[in-house]
Design a protein around this ligand. Sequence first.
Ligand code: ADP
Ligand code: MG
Ligand code: ZN
Length: 480
Amino acid sequence: MRYEPVIGLEVHAQIHTASKMFCGCPVMEDTGDLEPNTYVCPVCTAMPGVLPVVNERAIEIAVQTGLALHCDIPPLNRFARKSYFYPDLPKGYQISQYALPIAVDGHLTFEVNEVERKVGIRRAHLEEDAGKLYHQDGVSKVDLNRAGVPLLEIVSEPDMRSAEQARAYGEALRDILVYLGVNSGNMERGVMRFEANVSVRPAGSEEMGARHEVKNLNSFRALYDSIRYEIEHQISVLESGGQIEQQTMGWNEVDGVTVPQRGKEFAHDYRYFPEPDIPPLEISHEEVAALRSELPELPRAKKTRLIADYGLSVYDAELLVSDRDIAEYFERVVEAGAAPKEAANWITGELFRLMKEFNRPIDSIKTSPKALAALIALVEQDTVNKSTAKDVLQEMVVSGRDPDAIVAEQGLAQISDAGQLQDVIARVLDQHPEQVEEYLSGKEQVVGWFIGRVMRATRGKANPQLARELLRNQLEARRG
Ligand code: ADP
Ligand code: MG
Ligand code: ZN
């Protein structure tokens, strides 16, 4: 029997607003070195008598994300209490949304091995993050820095059919979130977490099998590996006559296996009910339209446009689009007059290498798009050759100076003046009569040797094509 995997993802994305979802505490990215319980107040630590106040910016960002995912934005929103007991949840319930979420019925389109896939988005709702347990000196402690950070939970339809598709969906979603400025996309800091719902069914069947829900997947690697494991595991259970029970699993990264956590809760276990301390929230057509008009161009549309408008390869376009600032930098280099293909080559080649070497993102690099375009022009006009230009770029990145100034000051301009080169070549030939004889007796390779001499005599600045042409002419002129 052949089986078909069925996968749906729930993605928790932190929203990095200035303050938390229901209080004024700052939202801090978890760099791992924050002092525990520093960014807390009576609201996010659930002191008696406090009241939540909704962060409007979080609502706006959630709506924009919903719009980017082609969702409908219902006019009425309502927060709900989701009750469960865990030490990192100080209120004993999480403020979430249930019947009336912020966004519904959307989709996300992306490519897997250049084949287009479209995955439905069931809903996206706002909630607050919980705190974190940590363990010190044999004692478990609670850190509430993260408690109350706005979270957007994005729930897909069960439309994915392989671990590869699920990973590509996650990556496409991350790119969109980063473009929208929802968060940094830094998975190591837990700004985006996955739950994978996985089932298998006989190929051709329309019915869905019972699913395992794998919680707390914090990397694309874990997402991919755990889904692959689940698919194989479930098929082998069914093959040997067993049954899959709906269940919550954890991922053991060390052993590469999923492990049962507890029986799956059903919605009624959470005793959802409307949050009495927050009035229903109305979002008007006008507000939605205004937020829609502020949406930036999204990664996939940008990629398509760069290919169409500039004739870039898919590969170059993907490299440039991977970061919104880099894509913008590229377009400004082209605007400043560089040929698109040359601009793409310089950015994805030398500039990326230098950014890595000096550990600087594009927005803190000192070389302006205009300056890079000027350097590309110097190569184009044969003022400097490519290898000199690479040295000049390094100097530009370090000092922020213009290429023309560097070339002038260090005397790096290529010698393309025929008269000047003729003199140098004549001198070189006069100094090496035996090699001239060798050439005249048919030894072609000597030309390369002479080019080397000419380069040495000009400290690498001779225009190589011109030098070769003049050299041949002079050698031929010495024939009988
Ligand atoms: P909950 O996990 O809260 O019970 P849902 O029932 O809405 O929520 O489903 C959560 C996720 O599980 C969704 O992404 C959905 O696409 C996916 N899903 C539902 N049923 C299956 C199934 N049989 N196999 C795989 N994924 C499923
Ligand atoms: Mg779930
Ligand atoms: Zn607080």
